[in-house]
Ligand binder design. Structure first.
Ligand SMILES: [Zn+2]
Length: 376
């Protein structure tokens, strides 16, 4: 019996153990500094322009600037993750005694881990479905739906909604042939005067997902015009992701102050990689992480899934002080400087919330003029 029970949870526990062993000392993410952006004026996410110092540093005449690299152990609560593994192992050996204790101490963490276990038990199936759709089509809707049905949905207890503007009700069935119906909903974030729009998906009401079209280059793509086009798409994809990340971070903190001081993630998916941007709007720190999508390669695929699962559960497993400037004074040199982009930023973004309706405020005067008397 004991051996059977262990087999069932083998992948998740061993996978997490292995991930910790391999990554604890390695770099998890980097800070980004914004040099230019257009956060006020009502631009939709897709028209957002965000130029980071990272992008400029690829130009040879731009001065070299340092970035801050955060290690895995500085981002994630490694002790808590080890504890989770230990408790699950005890639980496998002694079901009766430990279950109660886990429920008392680590209810949410345990529940999250069970979802990971269940997903990994079914991983071969999900992998096939993802592969079938992602590798063969370039369609945003189909990609979003298969990622919802076979990655983000199962890992979030199906708490993952897709933008009901891009997927109509009659077409909300996963395209891999599994027949699964996808939950649709209002994925709006922002207000009319800030960056705003409907993101492709929202996981657990707090994590936006953008399906980015980066114009995958093909073998026979030679001329410079095409290359320039790919480059532009990458730039606008990055801008969109950062705008969604920042706007969502404000929306989350405005509705729940518990999130204040935490870098809140948002995902950007392309067929080859998953980018995660995170923003802490209290300390004005913007972070970036690239997760290569090795979902189709057997060796790394479990680590990739666990990494995605960690970000999906950032509230539970991220250290509370990752971007706390008091705890890490060195970080103050690496702030995003989003607030510096306009004197009114904080006022505008204090109104940002989830559930953008897309309407202009009808009864606001368009321009208020003041006659200056003081200079005469
Ligand atoms: Zn499917």
């Amino acid at each position: 019996m004991a051996a059977m029970a262990k087999d069932v949870t083998n992948d998740a526990e061993d996978g997490l153990q292995e991930l910790l062993e391999k990554n604890v000392e390695s770099v998890e993410m980097m800070t980004l500094r914004i040099v230019f952006c257009n956060p006020i004026g009502g631009d939709p996410f897709k028209s957002a322009v965000v130029t980071t110092q990272e992008q400029l540093s690829s130009l040879h005449d731009y001065p070299n600037q340092r970035t801050n690299l955060l290690k895995f152990k500085h981002v994630w609560d490694v002790e808590k993750l080890h504890q989770l593994i230990r408790m699950k192992r005890n639980q496998d050996q002694d079901q009766d005694h430990c279950t109660k204790r886990i429920k008392l101490v680590h209810d949410d963490e345990s529940a999250a881990f069970r979802l990971l276990e269940a997903y990994l038990n079914d991983f071969a199936h999900h992998q096939k479905c993802l592969e079938k759709v992602l590798l063969s089509c370039n369609d945003l809707k189909e990609s979003a739906m298969v990622l919802n049905a076979h990655l983000f949905g199962p890992l979030s207890e199906e708490n993952c909604i897709i933008n009901n503007h891009i997927v109509r009700k009659e077409h909300s069935i996963c395209g891999c042939g599994c027949g699964k119906e996808i939950r649709r909903g209002n994925t709006g974030i922002g207000v009319y005067s800030t960056w705003h729009g409907f993101v492709d998906m929202i996981i657990k009401e707090n994590l936006p997902v953008a399906i980015l079209d980066v114009g995958e280059s093909t073998a026979d793509q030679e001329d410079e015009a095409e290359e320039g086009c790919v480059h532009d798409k990458q730039k606008s994809g990055t801008s969109q992701l950062i705008a969604e990340t920042i706007t969502n971070a404000f929306a989350q903190v405005n509705s729940n102050n518990d999130h204040s001081g935490l870098p809140i993630p948002a995902f950007g998916c392309t067929p080859k990689q998953l980018s995660v941007c995170l923003y802490d709007c209290k300390n004005d720190v913007l972070l970036k992480k690239i997760i290569p999508l090795h979902l189709f390669k057997k060796t790394d695929s479990v680590s990739t899934v666990i990494m995605i699962w960690l970000y999906m559960n950032f509230r539970l497993f991220m250290r509370r002080d990752v971007t706390d400037l008091n705890a890490h004074s060195d970080l103050s040199e690496y702030q995003a400087q989003f607030f510096a982009s306009d004197a009114n930023i904080q006022e505008f973004y204090s109104k940002v919330k989830l559930g953008f309706t897309g309407c202009k405020h009808p009864d606001r005067p368009i321009l208020t003029s003041v006659v200056r008397l003081d200079k005469e």
